[in-house]
Design a protein. Structure first.
Length: 300
C-alpha cells in the first residue's frame, strides 16, 4: 500500500493530466451526440429512446466512437508544457476532429454513396445504412488519429497537415467504394451496391465496414515512414497518398488470399451477396481488419 501511495504521489501530474483529458473527452463526446441529432434534423434522445431507431443509434455510436479514436491522437499527457496547454490542445484537436468527422460524412454522402440519401435512410430506420455510415465515420477517424500523432505542436502547419491527411483518407475511401461497386455489379449481373444498401442488405454493409476500416488502417501505415516537417509538407503528403494506394492494394491482395484460405469451400458471392449471410459477412469483416492490423503492426 505504501508503495502504491508513493507511486501515486510521484505521478500526481499524470493524474491531473488524466482528469483534464477525461473531462474534455466526456464534454466533446456528449457534444457529438447533440450534433448528430442536429445534422439528422431530429432530437437525439427521442430518436434513440422513443422511436427506437436502431439505425440512428448505430450511426451515433459510430460518430461517438470516431471522436473517441480522434481524441486518443490529441492526448499528449505529460508531454504538454502545462495543464493549460493540455486543455487547449485537447479542445482544439478534439473540436477540429469533430468538424472533420462531420465533413467526412458529408463527403461520403455526396461523393462515395451519392445515389442514396443516407440521412433519410437512417431516419427511415434502415440499419444497413446506419452500419455503412458508422463504418465510414470510424475509418475517417482512424486516419485523422494517425495524422494527429504524426504532427507535433499547435500551429497553422499542423492543422494544414491534418486537413491534407483528411483529404487523402476521403480520396482512398471513395476509391475503395467505387472499386467495390464495380466488383459487386460484376458478380451480380450489373446490380447496384448502393441500391442494395438502400434495400437493407445488412450482410453487405458488414462486409463493406471491414473493407473501409481496413483501408483506413492501410492508409495510416504511411505515418511510420514519413517524417513530419512543415517545410516539406506538400511533398510528404503526396508521398503519403502514393504509399497509401500501394498499401491499400497490398491489404486487398492479402485479404483476398486469406479469405480464400480461411473460408475455403464457401461461395462468398452466393452467401453474402445473394443469401445475405450475416455470419459469413462478419467473418469477412474480421479477416479484412485483422490483415490490415497485422500488416500495419509489422510496418511499425
Amino acid at each position: 500500500m505504501n508503495t502504491l501511495i508513493e507511486n501515486i504521489g510521484l505521478n500526481a501530474d499524470l493524474l491531473i493530466y488524466l482528469a483534464i483529458d477525461i473531462t474534455v473527452a466526456i464534454i466533446l463526446l456528449g457534444f457529438m451526440k447533440f450534433i448528430s441529432g442536429i445534422s439528422a434534423q431530429v432530437k437525439a434522445n427521442d430518436e434513440l429512446a422513443k422511436e427506437d431507431n436502431f439505425a440512428f443509434g448505430i450511426s451515433v455510436a459510430g460518430s461517438v466512437a470516431a471522436l473517441g479514436i480522434v481524441m486518443t491522437g490529441a492526448i499528449t499527457g505529460e508531454n504538454a508544457n502545462s495543464y493549460l496547454m493540455e486543455i487547449i490542445g485537447m479542445f482544439s484537436y478534439g473540436l477540429f476532429g469533430l468538424i472533420l468527422i462531420k465533413v467526412g460524412r458529408i463527403v461520403h454522402d455526396r461523393l462515395a454513396l451519392n445515389e442514396i440519401d443516407k440521412t433519410e435512410q437512417i431516419k427511415a430506420k434502415n440499419v444497413t445504412v446506419g452500419i455503412v455510415d458508422a463504418a465510414s465515420t470510424i475509418a475517417t477517424a482512424i486516419v485523422i488519429r494517425a495524422v494527429l500523432i504524426w504532427v507535433h505542436g499547435i500551429d497553422i502547419g499542423t492543422f494544414v497537415a491534418i486537413i491534407a491527411g483528411f483529404v487523402v483518407s476521403q480520396a482512398m475511401l471513395i476509391l475503395v467504394t467505387r472499386i467495390k461497386e464495380k466488383q459487386y455489379a460484376r458478380n451480380n449481373q450489373g446490380d447496384s451496391l448502393q441500391e442494395a444498401f438502400a434495400n437493407g442488405q445488412v450482410a453487405l454493409a458488414i462486409r463493406y465496414a471491414g473493407q473501409v476500416i481496413s483501408t483506413a488502417l492501410a492508409v495510416t501505415a504511411a505515418s511510420y515512414f514519413m517524417v513530419y516537417s512543415p517545410d516539406t509538407i506538400v511533398t510528404t503528403l503526396f508521398a503519403w497518398l502514393i504509399f497509401s494506394i500501394v498499401m491499400t492494394l497490398l491489404v486487398a491482395l492479402l485479404t483476398t488470399i486469406a479469405k480464400k484460405l480461411i473460408l475455403w469451400g464457401i461461395n462468398l458471392v452466393e452467401e453474402v451477396d445473394q443469401q445475405h449471410n450475416i455470419g459469413v459477412a462478419s467473418v469477412e469483416m474480421a479477416i479484412s481488419i485483422s490483415i490490415a492490423l497485422i500488416l500495419t503492426a509489422l510496418m511499425a
